[in-house]
Design a protein around this ligand. Structure first.
Ligand code: PAF
Length: 280
């Protein structure tokens, strides 16, 4: 495994491999890797000749500078995990390498990016599209891997690829959970032991809501989740939306869609956690 820090160095390596007919998989990450990332990486290693993992905390997608400052940076540990997964290249550029000048491009994939995270994190998806489109241009992967935990991000990236004709396949990978149900997230590292226990209520409530939904309406299910989280110690609900999994628009009745998804964002102390569940 090689760790490269510049676009030129990475492209030199990849051009040579592509001339040999090798197929390239890309796993974009912001580092602080955990078993959820490892599942994407292992899938890429299994499906491609060469796997590139980018490890870059992208400043343009943070609308909260405090969140950016506190984002864990663990390149050495990340490299150990990636080497064990069989990765070929870790791309760990500096901010100046990626943004030698400010990126003024504006992406809009309405209505996908005007709901949920789009409301609560203004500019976030613009920053995600800036970095992901740059990574696609730099790496020119055959396939790129993203987790379903960031459900809205995945839908927006699929739409960006469709509208901008990037010649690659997007592979969405299922959420990886701890044994007790908590969705894996780099942010979990910031939870105290007590908060870690409190946060468990998020996935528990989502699982309960899946059973509850079988005999209750959309609005009753929404209310049940909202009440459970609002009553839970240490948690503050930002939103819970029941949406069509393709359009991300709210549903009013289970008959509105065959692909209902519940998307939730909850603060546990200062830590913002997201999760989702499919009602199928
Ligand atoms: O999901 C993430 O970790 C980030 O949003 C991504 C896709 C790596 C872009 O910085």
């Amino acid at each position: 495994m090689k760790t490269v820090h510049t676009i030129n160095a990475l492209q030199e390596e990849l051009n040579a491999l592509r001339l040999q007919g090798k197929r390239v998989g890309l796993v974009p990450t912001m580092g602080a890797l955990h078993a959820g990332h490892a599942s994407l990486v292992k899938r890429s290693v299994a499906e491609n000749d060469v796997t590139v993992v980018s490890d870059f905390v992208n400043p343009t997608q943070f609308n909260d500078l405090n969140d950016l400052a506190k984002y864990p940076r663990t390149l050495e540990a990340d490299c150990r995990l990636l080497e064990a997964c069989g990765v070929n290249f870790v791309f760990a550029p500096s901010v100046e390498e990626i943004y030698p000048e400010p990126d003024t491009r504006q992406f809009s994939f309405a209505p996908l990016d005007t709901v949920m995270e789009g409301i609560y994190r203004p500019g976030h998806f613009n920053g995600v599209c800036q970095i992901v489109s740059k990574l696609f241009d730099i790496v020119k992967p055959d396939k790129a891997y993203f987790g379903e935990k960031d459900f809205q991000q995945l839908a927006i990236i699929r739409e960006m690829v469709r509208q901008m004709h990037f010649p690659l396949e997007i592979v969405g990978c299922p959420i990886v959970r701890e044994a007790d149900g908590l969705a894996l997230s780099s942010r979990n590292a910031r939870l105290s032991a007590e908060q870690r226990q409190q946060a468990l209520k998020i996935s528990q409530t989502l699982f309960e809501s899946r059973d509850f939904a079988k005999s209750h309406s959309v609005s009753e299910t929404r209310q049940m989740v909202e009440e459970a989280i609002n009553q839970a110690p240490g948690l503050r609900l930002e939103y819970f939306e029941l949406v069509d999994g393709n359009t991300l628009q709210s549903i009013e009745s289970w008959d509105d869609t065959t692909y209902a998804v519940g998307c939730i964002t909850v603060y546990c102390g200062e830590v913002r956690l997201i999760d989702n569940i499919k009602y199928v």
